[in-house]
Design a protein around this ligand. Structure first.
Ligand code: FAD
Length: 388
């Protein structure tokens, strides 16, 4: 029978195995995971599971699913001509390969200790440091550090955040929306426009030479797709593994999905990186379809969706915004609000909702349907997102 190897035991790797079986694949299936534990869910690691120890392992019977789980095994190289993955536990040959190695945090220079938050082990280490009165210095005011700041404050830590940009989340959300989020950080000593030199044994040195003492430094300046092991494989890399709208690489035996993939989006006419839980959850069905039914591959082009729980608020972002898009704020009742981005033709491209899941769902549908909006009409959050 055919043999499929999936590299990377995160949400995308696990869901790929499940989707292959659901589509009737009855050959050998192997899941290679560098971590020592079976696949688990990551979003709680910066939320509830950081506050209190929590097992987020996915409830799966691997024997019943017919998956050989290789835990604690890291892929080191890929030979696409020989259809072989080289790992630190030997060679694994395949008829088809799915790359699902996710992304890994970027680190700062310096000899001092810095924590990151990507794995369950990282969450355990960080939780142990978040004691009342601990001086916690967060580098980067991005999604995950906003969530860590929330938890650290609630545990009575003294929290400082050093951010190179002008405001928290100005990159993904733009300056105006970021300005509105700034007040949420009131309990944090937030220092924007500040670069870091290096991590030292006592904390940090800022790029102007100032020392910033810390009991714990947490680096949250972004992640990079985990593609180091693909060097020399011949697969095209553009940040992540380049795939088409059916998650296929140029090699007909190799697919990529989840945070590691850089997929073509016909909808937005651009390549989009994974980096969202929802894509790792839903992309695998397309991989299974494209792999098992190459004559009629399904197309994966969802409207991207991302959420974050921070400072007592739920932020939900849908779509893909371009720098050239215009934006209007949308005001609702009970502190709910939103922001809508639209292109020169008035077509809705992206939408942010704060504490209002219903408006996220509406916006996602409107973006999917390429709705053209009247910016003045939609300033009221309760106004429908439809053509005037
Ligand atoms: P991963 O989950 O990264 O899994 C990849 C696996 O492959 C890892 O176990 C890795 O160790 C392994 N691996 C890497 N290289 C190799 C190799 N060479 N050989 C073998 N194995 C390898 N998204 C949201 O939309 N909303 C949120 O609120 C949110 N919160 C998050 C909070 C935290 C703390 C983190 C870390 C992420 C959060 N995310 C959130 C992002 C979301 O978790 C990811 O998009 C999702 O986990 C991606 O799944 P994946 O399977 O593609 O990659």
């Amino acid at each position: 029978g055919r043999r499929i190897v999936v590299v990377g035991g995160g949400l995308a790797g696990l869901r790929t195995c499940e989707a292959l079986r659901a589509e009737g694949f009855d050959g050998e299936l192997e899941l290679i995971c560098s971590e020592p534990t079976p696949p688990y869910d990551r979003p709680p690691l910066s939320k509830s599971a950081l506050l209190e120890a929590q097992d987020t392992t996915f409830d799966v019977d691997y024997a019943a699913l017919g998956v050989e789980l290789r835990l604690g095994v890291r892929a080191r190289a890929l030979d696409t001509a020989a259809r072989t993955v080289h790992t630190d536990a030997g060679e694994h040959s395949y008829d088809a390969l799915v790359v699902a190695t996710g992304a890994a945090p970027v680190a700062l220079p310096g000899a001092g200790r810095q924590l990151v938050l990507r794995t369950a082990a990282d969450a355990e280490h960080l939780r142990a440091e978040l004691r009342p009165g601990a001086r916690v210095v967060l580098v980067g005011a991005g999604w995950i550090n906003a969530e860590i700041a929330t938890t650290a404050l609630s545990l009575g830590c003294s929290v400082t955040c050093v951010e190179a940009g002008s405001r928290p989340l100005a990159g993904p959300l733009g300056a105006q929306v970021a300005e509105r989020l700034r007040s949420w950080w009131d309990g944090v000593d937030l220092r924007c426009g500040t670069g870091v030199g290096e991590v030292t044994t006592d904390g940090l040195t800022l790029d102007d030479g100032t020392a910033l003492p810390a009991d714990v430094v947490v680096t949250g300046i972004g992640v990079r797709p985990d593609v180091g092991w693909l060097t020399g494989s011949g697969l095209e890399i553009d940040r992540g593994v380049v795939v088409d709208e059916s998650l296929r690489t140029a090699d007909p035996a190799v697919f990529a999905v989840g945070d590691v993939a850089m997929r073509w989006s016909p909808r937005f006419g651009t390549r989009l990186g994974g980096e969202h839980w929802d894509e790792a959850r839903t992309g695998p069905a397309t991989v299974a379809g494209a792999l098992l039914r190459p004559q009629s591959p399904p197309v994966f082009d969802p409207v991207p969706y991302f959420w974050s729980d921070q400072f007592g608020h739920k932020i939900q972002f849908v779509g893909h915004r371009s720098e050239s898009d215009d934006m209007v704020f949308r005001e609702g009742a009970d502190g709910k609000w939103g922001a809508a981005w639209f292109d020169a033709a008035g077509q809705l491209t992206a939408h942010l909702s704060v504490d209002s899941p219903r408006h996220m769902v509406q916006a996602r549908m409107a973006i999917d349907r390429r709705v053209v909006v009247d910016p003045d009409e939609i300033r009221d959050l309760s106004a429908p997102l439809q053509a005037p």
